[in-house]
Design a protein around this ligand. Structure first.
Ligand SMILES: CC(=O)SCCNC(=O)CCNC(=O)[C@H](O)C(C)(C)COP(=O)(O)OP(=O)(O)OC[C@H]1O[C@@H](n2cnc3c(N)ncnc32)[C@H](O)[C@@H]1OP(=O)(O)O
Ligand SMILES: O=C([O-])CC(=O)C(=O)O
Length: 375
């Protein structure tokens, strides 16, 4: 992508604070969490280890990790009042709205009374968000009230088990683990910045996370994985994909799953999720969606020098695992909760209310006109 002059629009290129959590695009394309390269984490870590790293500040040793997994497993249950609320939400609601309402309702039932409770509140949310979305989804779509306390050790395996009513295969659990690691943290992205702005007023964790979910929902941010799927799902061949993309580019449409506010050359998460999407394509014997996705990637680079961001190959990967498209962005929430909460901790530890200024472009002086005399 050609370099663009940095202007004030979208606060692009302006530092809005400090963080010890993450670097994005520091050497042109890299991503690190507390200094650890994303490629190494995606290959070697459990998502729960990455959550611990982000939330507690260091990698856990074996007994700390075992204890943490046991803790998360014990926190998966839903209060009855929250189940009642989830049962009222219609089947055609957007699952991101369900996540938002579920988090907000939990804030009424299990209010964070003091910042001393922040670690426990974050752990509870990490454990319970998959339960919220799956309980609502299975109740509204299948008419069943699921037990959200499965015996799966991993967050990803637990999610798939609740969704399907049976434990996930090793491959699917592995891909979910990688996906949750890739989505966990990304510096001052829009949803995290929302959480930090909310935290800067000394608000509670549930409010910060509820606001962040609202920001993540949009198609220019987390909603892009669903939007990318909606775009490619009906294309039957790479040739059709090429001609459709060329038409979209001619009309100056945004192509979802491409481009990035910070990365200029590539998004390091793409190569990783693309690898797993290919493995899943081979697993299900796909001959259409993966070649279509690869063609879109090739055409976008050839025509616009735009590269896939984290979202594009997530679409096909989730599709191959038979995950309904509208649950794609809620999975992002289940993971990014770790980054959001860790940023809230950081903001609280060194806080000043976030309140920028605006350049006024309205009228200099307006004359008051009585209501009867107005047009
Ligand atoms: C996990 C995540 O949240 S990753 C982001 C997910 N979002 C998407 O995939 C949505 C599609 N992508 C986009 O809308 C953008 O690339 C964003 C929102 C991610 C970044 O926006 P910006 O920082 O404003 O983009 P940037 O400054 O790099 O844009 C440069 C030019 O490329 C164009 N461009 C950028 N992305 C795209 C795209 N996906 N399709 C078509 N054109 C694009 C822009 O319109 C801009 O053109 P202009 O200078 O004529 O206005
Ligand atoms: O950093 C951003 O602007 C968006 C992004 O990729 C993320 O939040 O993962």
């Amino acid at each position: 992508m050609a370099d663009k002059p940095v202007t004030g629009a979208g606060l692009r290129g302006q530092s809005a604070g400090t963080t010890a959590l993450c670097t994005v695009g520091k050497t042109g394309s890299g991503l690190t969490y507390r200094g650890f390269d994303i490629k190494e984490l995606a290959e070697k870590a459990k998502f729960e280890e990455v959550a611990y790293l982000l939330l507690k500040g260091k990698l856990p040793n074996q007994s700390e990790l075992d204890h943490y997994i046991r803790k998360l497993k014990s926190l998966r249950g839903l209060p009855e009042a929250l189940k009642t609320v989830l049962e009222q939400i219609p089947k055609d609601a957007h699952p991101m709205d369900v996540m938002r309402t579920g988090t907000s309702m939990l804030g009424n039932l299990e209010t964070e009374e003091s910042f001393d409770e922040q670690q426990d509140v974050a752990d509870r949310l990490l454990a319970v968000l998959p339960s919220i979305i799956c309980y609502w989804y299975r109740f509204s779509h299948d008419g069943v009230r699921i037990d959200t306390q499965t015996d799966d050790n991993s967050v990803g395996g637990h999610f798939l088990n609740m969704l399907r009513g049976e434990p996930a295969s090793e491959l699917h659990a592995r891909v979910m683990n990688v996906s949750l690691i890739l989505y966990a943290e990304h510096e001052f992205n829009a949803s995290t910045f929302t959480a930090r702005v909310c935290a800067s007023t000394l608000s509670d964790m549930h409010s910060c996370v509820t606001g962040a979910i609202g920001s993540l929902r949009g198609p220019l941010h987390g909603g892009a994985n669903e939007a990318a799927m909606a775009m490619i799902e009906d294309w039957q061949s790479p040739e059709e994909a090429e001609s459709k993309i060329m038409g979209m580019l001619e009309r100056k449409d945004k192509i979802m799953g491409f481009g990035h506010a910070i990365y200029r050359e590539s998004d390091p998460r793409n190569e990783i999720i693309k690898h797993w999407s290919k493995k899943l394509a081979d697993d299900v014997g796909d001959t259409v969606l993966y070649p279509v996705s690869e063609k879109v990637e090739e055409v976008m680079w050839r025509e616009k020098k735009l590269f896939c961001n984290a979202d594009f190959f997530h679409a096909s990967a989730y599709y191959f695992m038979d995950i309904p498209t509208k649950l794609f962005t809620p999975i992002f929430v289940m993971s990014r909760l770790t980054g959001w909460a860790a940023h809230v901790f950081e903001q609280r530890a060194n806080n000043r209310i976030i309140r920028p200024s605006a350049d006024y472009i309205g009228p200099e002086k307006s004359e008051w006109v009585p209501i009867e005399a107005r047009d």
